[in-house]
Ligand binder design. Sequence first.
Ligand code: ZN
Ligand code: ZN
Length: 391
Amino acid sequence: MAFVRFVLALFVLLAALPGRAATLPPLTVYFFDVGQGDAALIVSPSGKTVLIDGGPPEADDRLVPRVRQLVKGPLDLVILSHPHLDHLGGLGKVIQAVGVRRYMDPGFDHGSEAYRKLLDVVGKKAGQVMTPTPNPSSPETLLTIGLGEGATLTILWPRSPQDAFLSNTRSDVNANSIVAKLTYGNTAFLFLGDSEPETESFLLRKPIDFTSTVLKVGHHGGRYSSTAPFLAAVKPQAAVISCGAGNDYGHPTDEALERLGNVGARIFRTDRQGEVRAVSNGNTVTLTAEKGQRAPVVVNGQVRPGLVATGPMPSGRVVPAKGTLPARVDATPASGTLSSDGERYVSLKGSQVFHRDDCAALKRAKTQERTQYMNRTAAARERRPAKDCNP
Ligand SMILES: [Zn+2]
Ligand SMILES: [Zn+2]
């Protein structure tokens, strides 16, 4: 009996030791080689799949079969970081080939033909179309998406209408890219899309733990993104740059590579190393490149498990006081294009119109198959307002 008690005590002691977290089942992130563009697939330990971006149009030939190889059944979520062609070009074909349950984009208006065509495909194939609008009942919390076994995707940006979209930047479409942090045990991945320096400085004012083991470098290693203060907050052990060999933009730039080197990140580039696979066991991340480098690189997770938000997210620009706590909030008016009243909109399957979610027509409807929109802009992109509730 004494022996049993001793063994039990030993277990309790071991469990309490820091850095001794048990090894978890694998979570894999594939950074595809799509040439000049972005496309990454998350496969969670429970088999949930999230595709972030779909490369340029010419990536179709390789991207579609590769996703088919890795994904059984429809993708659980497709995130378009922002509606630029080097991120959305291959998405339509992927969605047509494998299907998708939920689709999310920033909800930032962009009238390109390619984007409209993608939304046509999404409208037909996706069960739910959403934008990263904070939950109206708890607008000060970050939107999180559970991927099973403790893996969680937290959307850091955009947060319209709580925070207005960034404007007057070098590229407002880039600056309002979806920024998402995937956390798993002591490891984390940060996806930046084509975030601009304004995105980085805006986010740095929020009470967010940015620490991430692997960073999907913003804007293909462009000169302006990956600012030193932001990298100091992220502390990446490894950085993946998704770009095409000999691209016209000079990506990645020496400036970005130097700043990444200064924080000690091991750099991976899809233009030289092809597809990069990163496998997390909750404690370490093992990165393997398709070409160029034979031995896998193992980096240690340094992320404190728990919530990504270290406090409530007040809207507007948080101006830090002398210390580190946010003291004052300069509220910026919400963007006029989005519903600021927290209403949701719903369209019935096969219908050309959308309703307010409390419309009596929805209660009378025979079909339960419906698409929910998180704001009016998203609904109006695809459907007409219904005459009965005039949303
Ligand atoms: Zn891009
Ligand atoms: Zn872009």
